[in-house]
Design a binder for this molecule. Structure first.
Ligand code: LMR
Length: 394
């Protein structure tokens, strides 16, 4: 049986992680996978997470199964974090999932069950795992233009023109904030226009929000998602705690669904729980419990928010100094977009050959589409990267 298996396509981000690990050069720089690193190159356990873990160690009395949908307190805390005052309890259904990828996978399976013929519209470009999972599930997909390679900003006119072709019942995937891989984001006026278009088309929004708090702030980064939730009758939201709580390996995510009316909430909730059971039974609990403790304890929450703000500001500082260094070296403002982008990533706009030269000649690793992880930089490596960008003719 197993000899009949064919090799599967490699994930470019994970492949790059492996190449970086094997590179013996001491001065190599990892700007690949989307993991936050502090100035010393460490991905730290956040202070509030450590405190919560100690408290949990003292107080946890059992490790028996959690609920099939996860703990209600976790679902409620995350609904508050993501949706704020845009919540509608009568239409709300949710399950805890293993990370944001688990939430995306469950969302797609839910769509396949409810509307097997629906196309899932993806921004071009998007996180490579989106099309990969859709293809694996044998679902229909389409793309809409998103990024203007010249200005390195959202090509909103092209996006809206393409979304005019969405059919009723189709699903449109949107990055809630901090677009991965480009770093270019919609403003609130544009979110409102997208919401009206989806409403007019009878389309369902699927929001992937994996970097809340990394862009303009916790509330600001959720504003687009909340606007859609207030506008649309139906919506799915896949949220991840990997980055904003720094609990990557604990696998903490949630899939939220807004049912079109209160009558269809129970079947939505039941189907979400059913999908958990089919795929992995009970969702992981440890990380979700830490997140719940943090979000429901005012002191822990304040400490977490303060540290998250430090992380956000440090990335903004790195953006500003890289843009400034490139302005100094090139005498032009053509890399000014780096300071305008938000979140962990920016797409530099280099060719695959130039990305390859950065890696082979300078030991600088970024994804082949020239996505660079800003958080992989520090004060010492910003000038090194800027010089390498110029040396490679980017
Ligand atoms: C990324 O885009 O680098 C992260 O979301 C990590 C991943 O799983 O790809």
């Amino acid at each position: 049986m197993l000899e009949a298996l064919k090799p599967q396509p490699a994930d470019k981000i994970l492949q790059l992680m492996a190449m970086f690990r094997e590179d013996p050069r001491a001065d190599k720089i990892d700007l690949g996978v989307g993991v936050y690193k502090d100035a010393t190159g460490l991905t730290p356990v956040m202070r509030a997470v450590k405190t919560a873990e100690k408290q949990l160690w003292d107080t946890e009395r059992t490790k028996t199964y959690t609920g099939l949908a996860g703990e209600p307190a976790y679902l409620a805390a995350m609904a508050g974090l993501v949706l704020g005052d845009a919540q509608d309890a009568s239409r709300f259904a949710a399950v805890a999932t293993p990370g944001g990828t688990g939430a995306i996978r469950q969302a797609l399976e839910l769509i396949r069950l409810a509307a097997p013929g629906a196309a899932v519209w993806l921004p071009d470009p998007t996180w490579p795992n989106h099309p990969s999972i859709i293809a694996y599930l044998g679902m229909k997909s389409a793309t809409y233009r998103y990024f203007d390679g010249e200005s390195r900003a959202v090509d909103f006119g092209a996006m809206m023109a393409d979304l005019e072709r969405v059919a009723p019942g189709d699903v449109v995937l949107l990055h809630g904030c901090c677009h991965n891989p480009t770093g270019a984001n919609l403003n609130l006026t544009q979110w409102a226009e997208v919401a009206q278009l989806l409403l007019r088309k009878g389309a369902v929004a699927l929001v992937d929000i994996a970097y809340q708090g990394f862009g303009d702030g916790l509330e600001e980064d959720a504003a687009g998602t909340r606007l859609l939730a207030r506008t649309l009758p139906e919506m799915l939201i896949a949220a991840s705690c990997s980055k904003n709580f720094g609990v990557y390996r604990e696998r903490v995510g949630i899939l939220m669904a807004l049912a079109p009316n209160a009558a269809s909430q129970p079947v939505t909730q039941g189907t979400l729980a059913y999908l958990n059971r089919q795929n992995y039974s009970f969702p992981p609990d440890h990380g979700a419990r830490l997140v719940t403790m943090i979000l429901t304890d005012p002191a822990l929450k304040a400490d977490w928010m303060a540290e998250l703000e430090e992380v956000r500001l440090s990335m903004l500082g790195l953006r500003a100094s890289l843009a400034q260094e490139l302005r100094r070296l090139t005498g032009s403002d053509r890399f000014g977009f780096i300071a305008q982008h938000r979140g962990m990533f920016s797409r530099l706009g280099a060719t695959p050959e130039q990305v390859e030269r950065l890696r082979t000649e300078h030991g600088i690793y970024m994804v082949g589409d020239s996505r660079l992880n800003i958080a992989g930089l520090n004060a010492k490596t910003v000038p090194i990267l800027a010089q390498a960008i110029v040396a490679c003719g980017i």
